[in-house]
Design a protein around this ligand. Structure first.
Ligand SMILES: [Zn+2]
Length: 378
């Protein structure tokens, strides 16, 4: 058996204990103190194998950079590993969704997205050290505190270090059956505001220009930007307008989620939104927003990185596959810079952001071994 796999199996109870510690330290994105408690716990758990540097972020928990001290001389270049410390679960979720091991799985808030992945990566680095397996490159794990809320405060930090890295590995949850994610759509949000003319619906109906009626017509145009065959989706998710039923509405606003598989599609949508014009010339249409996470495209370099991972997994007796997904991660930023990025390397499980969030115990060891082998091979 592969020595890394044997090691990971022998250490499985340690991995489960670490995952439990991580899950039981809740860290919702909007609670800086809680995220900092988790960051402290994470820093403590790597202190014997990594130098940890905090990066303060106004209004958020701190981001962490952990530079691993691993066997192997003369390190050339570096590998960036990306994780995030925040979860979507509010403080107190543990009361109704406690950490537990049941039915071959570990359950709890954030266990899949992505505390399991963080713990497995730490176990993988311990394996390299304990088995004295040489690593050719410097290994830096960056753990962002605001991924679930758009990475506004960490994006520049991520991009700065990615530019200096030969490859990026992302510890986000795996796809179905452990698939890696080699393409992610870009994500954006547009906000459309229509300003009309208010009037009494009974006395001065014809003097009014309804922002709601105008917006209804705009929505018909906007949903027409969807190109399902090309993977471009445009979803008007929130609409608000008007004050009372007997007033012709002066204002109406719309929030639209957009997803694009290719950078060129982002420009297509920009042009479409910029071209919106009022049907009723007494109304004004204002558009703001755009793509905030560029698409992660499956370039040749990404495909080559995946092939390398697939071969390493085969050595472990695991058939590794890949998938493309609609959701975005911090890997979108690094891939858009042209740095080969492999995502979905975290735990294998189900139900991210949902009550059934869980990971499979029988996939902990092979995932740990895969992470260790990848780091050693790159
Ligand atoms: Zn995540």
């Amino acid at each position: 058996m592969d020595p890394l796999l044997r090691y990971a199996r022998a250490q499985q109870s340690g991995a489960i204990a670490l995952i439990r510690q991580f899950v039981e330290c809740e860290s919702p994105s909007d609670d800086a103190a809680a995220v900092n408690r988790f960051a402290g716990l994470l820093a403590e758990s790597v202190k014997d194998i990594a130098k940890v540097r905090p990066h303060f972020a106004a209004g958020h928990g701190r981001h962490l950079r952990c530079e691993f001290v691993l066997p192997g001389s003369k390190k050339q270049g570096q590998i960036l590993v990306l994780g995030h410390s925040d979860t979507v679960w509010p403080l107190g979720t543990l009361r109704t969704m406690p950490f537990r091991r049941y039915n071959g799985r570990l359950w709890g808030p954030g266990v899949f997205d992505m505390k399991g992945g963080l713990a497995l990566f730490i176990m993988a680095m311990r394996a390299l050290r304990d088995l004295n397996i040489p690593v050719a490159r410097k290994v830096v794990l960056q753990v962002n505190s605001d991924e679930e809320i758009g990475s506004v405060s960490s994006r520049a930090l991520t991009e700065e270090i990615a530019r200096k890295s030969a490859a990026v590995l992302v510890l986000e949850p795996a796809g179905p059956e452990g698939k890696l994610k080699t393409a992610r759509k870009g994500v954006g949000e547009y906000r459309v505001v229509v300003r009309g003319v208010a009037a009494h619906a009974g006395l001065d109906f014809d003097k009014g220009a309804s922002a709601i009626t105008e917006m209804a017509r705009q929505v018909e145009v906007i949903v027409g930007f969807t190109r399902l065959a090309r993977g471009i989706t445009v979803n008007p998710g929130v609409i608000r307008g008007g004050t009372r039923s007997n007033v012709v509405a002066a204002e109406c606003s719309l929030e639209v989620d957009v997803r694009v598989p290719r950078a060129g599609d982002a420009r297509f949508l920009e042009r479409q939104f910029a071209a919106l014009r009022p049907f009723d010339r007494r109304c004004h249409v204002e558009v703001a927003g755009g793509i905030n996470r560029p698409p992660m495209e499956r370039t040749k370099a990404v495909a080559a990185l995946f092939e390398q991972a697939r071969a390493l997994a085969a050595d472990l007796g695991v058939e590794l596959d890949e998938c493309a997904v609609g959701g975005a991660s911090d890997g979108n930023f690094t891939a858009a810079l042209g740095v080969p990025t492999l995502d979905g390397l975290g735990a294998v499980g189900e139900g991210a952001h949902a009550a059934g969030e869980s990971i499979f115990v029988d996939r902990l060891a092979d995932r740990t071994a895969l992470l260790a082998k990848l780091v050693a091979a790159l």
